[in-house]
Design a protein around this ligand. Structure first.
Ligand code: ADP
Length: 199
């Protein structure tokens, strides 16, 4: 599908990520939240972003559902489209990290290989995988969008955790217990970012 262009060259501009980071007073980095639908990815990312905003960090939150309204509106949920969805998100996040932002990405991203592909777009310390580990039964009982109900009734196919698998992260940088109050989880993430001198 994708055509590689052999006759294009990477041009390095004068204003670099390092300069933008210096101006911002913090690193450009990607926090990748992965977990089942309803595990709490968007909620945790949302409140973490608010805290970061309050202390002057330049952020952007990439949300799976929101991107499917625009950049990825042509994609569905079969394996091919999910793969392409994550590829695009990874590339967008890469540009944003290069722009010096602290990017929060909340995507189910059920496939280990896809998460690794995104990880490999970044330098070693620029990609932080955060596994929001919430049991399926809890996610299903929350079901804010009633998607589990639809999936259980067979009206929604390829739903992660029901008829499509979720591959648990093997070595996430951070693992969050999604049953713990959101404020506690956000505090834990802020501590982590401080300890790594990211903020
Ligand atoms: P996801 O983005 O992973 O699909 P959401 O962030 O939309 O999940 O959260 C799903 C539901 O669970 C929401 O109604 C949210 O308020 C609730 N929720 C999220 N995190 C927690 C938590 N730590 N404890 C209790 N409820 C939570």
């Amino acid at each position: 599908m994708m055509q590689q262009n052999k006759n294009t060259f990477w041009r390095q501009y004068i204003i670099t990520r390092e300069l933008r980071e210096k101006k911002n007073g913090h690193k450009g980095i990607l926090l990748w939240f992965t977990g089942l639908s309803g595990s709490g990815k968007s909620t945790i990312a949302c409140y973490l972003e608010q805290k970061l905003y309050q202390i002057g960090i330049n952020t952007y939150l990439l949300d799976g559902d929101n991107l499917r309204h625009g950049l990825c509106s042509d994609l569905g949920f079969n394996n091919f489209d999910r793969k392409e969805n994550i590829r695009r998100v990874g590339e967008v996040a890469k540009l944003m990290v290069d722009a010096g932002l602290l990017v929060l990405a909340a995507f189910i991203s059920p496939c280990r290989k896809q998460r690794r592909i995104v990880r490999n777009l970044f330098n070693k310390n620029q990609f932080i995988e955060i596994f929001v580990n919430t049991p399926l039964s809890i996610c299903e009982s929350r079901d804010p969008k009633k998607l589990y109900k639809l999936a259980r009734s067979g009206k929604l196919l390829n739903f992660t955790g029901i008829d499509s698998s979720y591959e648990i992260p093997e070595k996430p940088e951070i693992q969050l217990n999604g049953e713990v109050p959101v404020s506690t989880l956000v505090d834990k993430l802020i501590k982590f970012l401080n300890s790594r001198n990211i903020i």
